[in-house]
Design a protein around this ligand. Structure first.
Ligand SMILES: Nc1ncnc2c1ncn2[C@@H]1O[C@H](COP(=O)(O)OP(=O)(O)OP(=O)(O)O)[C@@H](O)[C@H]1O
Length: 237
C-alpha cells in the first residue's frame, strides 16, 4: 500500500497542501479530483519523488520512501504520466515502448496496447516520437508506455488533457487494462466524468482533502460544491 501521512508542502511560507493523508490500496483505482490550483499535481509529484514534502512522510508497504529519488521509486514500481508528454527525437514508437526495461517484449502485447490507446500498430509503430506527432498522439504514446510497464502504481496526471472526444472511452479502457493486470491507479483530474470511472476518489481543494469515498458519491458532492472553494478553501454547500 502507498500512503501519504500528514504531508504538508510549503513554498515561501505559503502552504500549497496541508496535512494530507491518503491511502492507495493494491489493485484499486483512485482519482484525486479538484479545481485548478487545488494541489493535485503537487500531491502527484510528492508521491513520485519529484518534490519532497516540507513535513510528513510517504510510505510504501510501511517503509518510509520520503527521501527516495524518482529513479529509486520507479524501481519499486511507481510511475508517473506527466501532464505534458516528452519528446525523444530519433526514437521510433516501437523502440520507445520498449525503453521501460522489460527483457522480453511481446509484439502482440504492444499491438494490443497501441490499439487500446487508439493508435493502430501499422500506422504508428515506426513513426518517430518527435514533433511530427500531435500533442494528443504523444499523450496516447505516453499512456501506452505506462501500460507496457504494468507498474505497481500508475500516477496519471490529467491523462485526458489534450485528448479529443474519445478521451472518456480511452480512460475507461486504460482503467480496465490496469485492473486486469493489478496496477493501482491514482488519476489526477478536474473532470468529474473522468473521476467517476475510478473506484474511489479524494476531493481536494485549496490544498486540503474535502471529502473521500466511492467515486460516484464524491463526484455528486463535487458537482454541488465546485467553484465555491477555489483559492479560499471555504466550503458552503
Ligand atoms: N513553486 C511554486 N511557487 C508558487 N506557487 C506554487 C508553486 N508550486 C505550486 N504553486 C501553487 O500551488 C497551487 C497548487 O498547484 P498544483 O499544480 O498542485 O495544482 P493543481 O490542482 O494540479 O492545478 P491544475 O488543475 O491547474 O493543474 C497553485 O495555486 C500553484 O500556483
Amino acid at each position: 500500500m502507498l500512503c501519504l501521512r500528514n504531508v504538508t508542502y510549503r513554498v515561501d511560507g505559503r502552504r500549497i497542501i496541508e496535512r494530507i493523508n491518503m491511502r492507495f490500496k493494491e489493485g484499486m483505482t483512485y482519482s484525486i479530483l479538484g479545481p485548478n490550483g487545488a494541489g493535485k499535481s503537487t500531491i502527484a509529484y510528492i508521491l513520485m519523488g519529484v518534490m519532497k514534502p516540507s513535513e510528513g512522510r510517504v510510505l510504501l508497504d510501511g517503509d518510509d520512501i520520503t527521501n527516495l529519488s524518482i529513479t529509486e521509486r520507479a524501481r519499486l514500481g511507481i510511475t508517473l504520466l506527466w501532464q505534458e508528454p516528452a519528446r525523444y527525437d530519433g526514437i521510433t514508437v516501437e523502440k520507445y515502448l520498449t525503453l521501460g526495461g522489460k527483457i522480453k517484449v511481446d509484439k502482440n502485447e504492444m499491438r494490443e496496447i497501441l490499439e487500446l490507446v487508439g493508435l493502430p500498430y501499422e500506422l504508428y509503430a515506426h513513426r518517430f516520437v518527435d514533433k511530427s506527432l500531435s500533442g494528443g498522439e504523444r499523450k496516447r504514446i505516453e499512456l501506452a508506455s505506462i501500460l507496457m510497464l504494468r507498474p505497481r502504481y500508475a500516477i496519471l496526471d490529467e491523462p485526458d488533457s489534450g485528448l479529443d472526444i474519445t478521451a472518456g472511452e480511452l480512460i475507461e479502457n486504460v482503467l480496465e487494462y490496469f485492473r486486469r493486470v493489478g496496477t493501482t491507479v491514482i488519476l489526477i483530474t478536474h473532470h468529474e466524468e473522468i473521476a467517476a470511472k475510478t473506484d474511489f476518489a479524494y476531493f481536494v481543494c485549496a490544498g486540503r482533502i474535502i471529502k473521500k469515498g466511492f467515486s460516484r458519491e464524491i463526484v455528486d458532492y463535487y458537482k454541488k460544491t465546485c467553484g465555491r472553494c477555489f483559492l479560499t478553501g471555504r466550503m458552503e454547500v
